[in-house]
Design a protein around this ligand. Structure first.
Ligand code: AMP
Length: 424
């Protein structure tokens, strides 16, 4: 896959109407935005376009609205909602909750300009506002997923979106692994380039995978092996060292013949793990697994509640105990590997980091990346959040904004929203 894609700087935007796909899928509570991080992250591309004389038609999805009443009825019925509560009014209310109006208001505050809010996606309101839009002006379409064709990559919707503009700019990395009308389909009808956010994502991650500075170390964690099958196999083709921690490590330990007690185990993936260990050996890749493990009688309940733990060697987990974090010796082992690397990618926590007693492994990895001179790339919501909460964000080369997208990137999969952009 070619990651050298044209960006807004490679095309003339002056006087053009630009359809800009953003990721404004921000968390809200009672209609109030609780973190505007994603809106702030979109500002450089928006400002560049406005300052260079484009008329910007921004668009985004927010949450998962159910686009038709029939589908709403079906979903609520399946959920067991009482029939008298399944009404057209309740459906409309659920849609309204996911309106992008609060985003328009916040954008307007941040930019100090008016943001014209359309009341629909490709209807009369959107079309009329887009037709009137002048260079240097900004409008926002309603939640793209109000249209049922969005997630189905419906060509009519893609065409309708494209008909309002002369250029398409994609800057929502979190959605590029999905072929939706606004992320991929629209590029069939308009010249398509990327904004600064995507340019950075594909620039750094593309280079790390295509031509990494070595030693190249990948650290994978998180709950299950089965979620990361392709990533593990693909990374073994590229890295010098693959480190596996978190819940997924126990299936590897079990595949080595160790007892793992009541720890998380993907029993169906034991053979796969054996294959991966053999592949690592064959490729000369160092595969590091936890050498010691923090164990407890059971999973913490509540997840952040007090818990009594002890640390044992990874081959000595008692039958009635559960591994919930990497032990101290493993933290050192993993940190040393990360520190001596030139490129490190990390995805997934090393333990049940939601619990302060079980967060030490994840913190140690975050710290090692922050201390490292290497190019460090963190993807995945949990690992990214850990780096941010610990105040390490500015010590990491790149924290990917797309959890799913960054994983698919590591897998080496073609990302439809990137493939659709013009090559340099
Ligand atoms: P993922 O969504 O696959 O990245 O997994 C993240 C989740 O894995 C977090 O909620 C962690 O609490 C969980 N996790 C990490 N290590 C363990 C473990 N040893 N046992 C159970 N869950 C774990």
């Amino acid at each position: 896959m070619n990651y050298a894609k044209k960006s807004v700087k490679d095309v003339d935007v002056a006087g053009k109407k630009v359809l800009l796909r953003c990721d404004f899928n921000v968390p809200t509570k009672d209609g109030v935005i609780t973190s505007d991080k994603r809106i702030v992250a979109a500002l450089p591309t928006i400002k560049y376009l406005l300052d260079n004389g484009a008329a910007v038609i921004a668009c985004s999805h927010m949450g998962k609205p159910i686009a038709t009443y029939d589908a709403y009825v079906k979903k609520q019925t399946e959920k067991g909602t009482a029939p008298e509560k399944i009404t057209e009014e309740a459906w409309q209310k659920s849609l309204k909750k996911l309106s992008l109006k609060p985003v328009a208001a916040r954008l307007s505050e941040l930019l100090g300009i008016e943001v014209k809010m359309a009341s629909d996606v490709v209807g009369e309101s959107a079309k009329a506002l887009a037709a009137e839009l002048k260079p240097g002006e900004l409008m926002l379409l309603e939640n793209l997923r109000y249209e049922k064709g969005e997630t189905k990559n419906n060509p009519d919707l893609a065409k309708a979106l494209a008909s309002m503009a002369e250029l398409y700019v994609s800057d929502a990395f979190g959605t590029v692994h999905r072929a939706h009308a606004s992320t991929a389909g629209v590029a069939d009808y308009l010249p398509a380039v990327c904004g600064f956010l995507i340019e950075k994502e594909i620039g750094i991650m593309g280079k790390a995978l295509a031509d990494p500075e070595r030693p190249f170390v990948a650290i994978l964690g998180g709950a299950k092996v089965s979620d990361k099958l392709n990533v593990i196999s693909n990374l073994l083709e590229k890295v010098d060292t693959l480190i596996i921690g978190g819940g997924m490590a126990y299936t590897f330990l079990a595949a080595k013949g160790y007892g793992v007690g009541t720890s998380l185990l993907d029993a169906e993936k034991l053979d796969y793990c054996k294959e991966m260990m053999a592949k690592a050996e064959e490729k000369g890749v160092k595969l590091l697994l936890p050498i010691d493990t923090v164990i407890a009688k059971s999973f913490p309940d509540p997840i952040d509640g007090p818990i009594e733990v002890e640390t044992v060697p990874s081959d000595s987990i008692p039958d009635d105990m559960m591994g919930l974090d990497i032990g101290e010796k493993t933290r050192e082992l993993f940190a040393d590997a990360a520190k001596s690397a030139k490129t490190v990618v990390w995805n997934g926590p090393m333990g049940v980091f939601e619990n302060p007693t079980l967060a030490k492994g994840t913190i140690a990895v975050a710290q090692a990346l922050a201390d490292s001179e290497a190019i460090t790339i963190v993807g995945g919501g949990d690992s990214a959040a850990a780096c941010e909460q610990l105040g390490f964000a500015d010590k990491i080369t790149h924290i990917s904004t797309g959890g799913g997208a960054s994983l698919e990137f590591l897998e080496g999969k073609e990302l439809p929203g990137v493939a659709a952009l013009l090559d340099k």
